[in-house]
Design a protein around this ligand. Structure first.
Ligand SMILES: C[S@@+](CC[C@H](N)C(=O)[O-])C[C@H]1O[C@@H](n2cnc3c(N)ncnc32)[C@H](O)[C@@H]1O
Length: 292
């Protein structure tokens, strides 16, 4: 395994995908009808110095930035859905959240958390160091108790989470957004098993699932991202779980909800153009599950 596949910072290996997602959130934040409001996303892009410049403003996008335009719309939909997921879990009384592969996710700072909530953010050490440095420079204050868990999700991350004070007796809202295709099958299934083992009744899981990530990588639209985004997704994807994670969780006793990104876009009054709709026909599935 090359070094960049073992560990990475915010502009190398899988780390740069977290920066690209932040850029997409920054762009959607500037749209009047955007679906996400992330006041920190543009700061991360400015501080990182990516090898290929990334946009932060919808008004500055040109025809050369076609993929950024599409992806920022897509990320707005994805972000809104998972923002609502945490709000709903809070309504059910859940006060513990774990964001797996948190990257530059700032939900601990930008969402309204009920008093007594704790948010755990799990990701690679150098990604989280960069994030904390930028947030400290901004004097950002989380709206919940925030615990950073710097660990590789292919290693013993459960032990690291417990060491940071995770309480398996309390219900938890778990999130794996933009993660599964980067994990090999064994680590992805182990992740679902650990979530199950550490979940008290009333816990919830939300995740993004790609049924066929390999097919997506060959799509002409995704091939264009290599130049526009400045990295090659195909060298970063490890395949994700071979089993359908919704079906797997269902066999463990979780009640499942499953929507496509196109359905969510329609729910939020956005329409994906044909290119995006085709790209996500088999991919871009959003699974939520609740342990009864
Ligand atoms: C596409 S980004 C998504 C980040 C965040 N969930 C979001 O949507 O903004 C993928 C993230 O997965 C993290 N990641 C991938 N494989 C990982 C692993 N084995 N251990 C820890 N983090 C990992 C990367 O560091 C990166 O932050």
């Amino acid at each position: 395994m090359t070094d960049e596949l073992r560990d990475w910072d915010i502009t190398s290996g899988v780390g740069i995908t977290a920066l690209a997602v932040a850029a997409a959130r920054a762009v959607d934040t500037t749209r009047e009808d955007g679906l996400v409001r992330d006041p920190y996303a543009a700061d991360f892009v400015a501080a990182a110095g990516a090898p290929v410049p990334m946009p932060v403003d919808a008004a500055a996008l040109t025809t050369e930035d076609h993929m950024w335009d599409l992806m920022s719309t897509f990320m707005g939909v994805r972000s809104r859905f998972f923002d609502e997921y945490f709000a709903e879990a809070a309504e059910y009384g859940v006060r513990q959240a774990v964001i797996l592969a948190a990257g530059l996710d700032c939900r601990a700072f930008r969402l309204d958390w009920p008093a007594g909530s704790t948010v755990f953010e799990v990701d690679q050490p150098r990604v989280l160091e960069f994030k904390d440095r930028v947030l400290a420079e901004r004097n950002a204050r989380p709206g919940a108790r925030r615990r950073v868990v710097a660990v590789d999700l292919r290693d013993d991350w459960a032990a690291a989470l417990l060491a940071e004070g995770f309480d398996a007796r309390q219900p938890t809202a778990w999130l794996a957004e933009g993660l599964l295709p980067y994990l090999p099958d064994d680590a992805a299934i182990r992740m679902l098993d650990i979530i199950h083992e550490l979940s008290a009744p009333g816990s919830t899981v939300a995740l993004e699932h790609m049924a066929n990530p390999r097919a997506m990588l060959d799509d002409p639209l995704v091939l264009r991202t290599v130049d526009e985004f400045g990295f090659d997704l195909s060298s970063l994807f490890a395949g994700g779980p071979e089993k359908n994670p919704a079906e797997y969780l269902s066999t463990l006793g979780w009640a499942i909800g499953d929507s496509s990104s196109g359905e969510l876009a329609a729910r939020y009054g956005k329409e994906f153009d044909d290119e995006l709709a085709d790209l996500f026909a088999d991919n871009g599935r959003y699974v939520t599950a609740r342990l009864l």
